[in-house]
Design a protein around this ligand. Structure first.
Ligand code: URA
Length: 229
């Protein structure tokens, strides 16, 4: 991690304050002063500011039960964002590992560990995501086979990867997909002539939404949950 970032994560300094303090020679790594804000520092290294030892920044991992009407963005000039729901220090260091639409609900992962979130969102990792989908029209056998075979979405040339479906009722199903294209679930059903009226994410990889979380509620992930992904 860059030294200026390390300082921002372990103190209340802004990035520009951190840079000028580092340039001023007040920060040492492993006992030696370092004056380059861009120097790389190991998170395990002993870093001092004016001789006080800084505690290493620990990456944080949360699951959120996203409510309706909140945008999956870190900042938005006019709408409430998922980060606005978090009452934690250094909230602006957090980011979202896989977005949901404003009118979708359910599991959203939030972290400040970029490598972890990349593993979840990188298309090459094909991380499965399961959604409870409520449809406007009853699901037909042709639609089930279309989803299983892969569909050509409007404006795209490559079909979707086969999805798995578990029918819950005429209008409700559990759908698992291994991609994360723009508005993918809604567009898949639009391609089949149906329409999604409610979309709730239940799981990402092996991690399921904690059913005790009310909409807008969040909690830290346990060690074994972080490792699942
Ligand atoms: N697919 C969608 O269409 N919307 C979401 O929010 C997630 C997946």
């Amino acid at each position: 991690m860059r030294l200026d970032r390390y300082l921002c994560q372990t103190t209340d300094l802004t990035r520009s304050q951190a840079r000028s303090i580092i340039r001023g020679g007040r920060v040492s790594v492993g006992g030696a002063p370092v004056t380059q804000p861009a120097s790389q520092v190991d998170v395990q290294a002993e870093v001092t500011l004016d001789d006080s030892l800084l505690s290493p920044p620990l990456p944080r991992y949360f699951m959120l039960n996203k409510p309706l009407g909140v945008v999956c963005a870190t900042r938005d000039p006019s709408q409430r964002t998922v980060l606005d729901l978090f009452d934690v220090p250094k909230r602006n260091a957090l980011h979202i590992a896989g977005r949901l639409d404003i009118d979708s609900t359910g599991l959203v992962l939030v972290t400040d560990d970029g490598q972890w979130s990349h593993r979840i969102t990188a298309p090459s990792n094909h991380c499965p995501k399961t959604y409870r989908v409520t449809l406007a029209e009853p699901l037909t056998a042709e639609q089930v086979s279309g989803l299983g075979a892969g569909l050509l979405l409007k404006g795209e040339s490559k079909p979707t990867k086969p999805a798995t479906i578990e029918k819950v009722s005429e209008l409700v199903l559990l759908l698992t997909i291994t991609e994360g294209r723009y508005h993918q679930v809604k567009r898949m059903f639009a391609a089949l002539g149906n329409r999604v009226v409610a979309l709730h994410r239940l799981s990402i990889g092996g991690l399921s939404l904690d059913q005790s979380l009310v909409p807008g509620g969040y909690r830290s992930l346990k060690r074994q949950e972080i490792e699942l992904l």
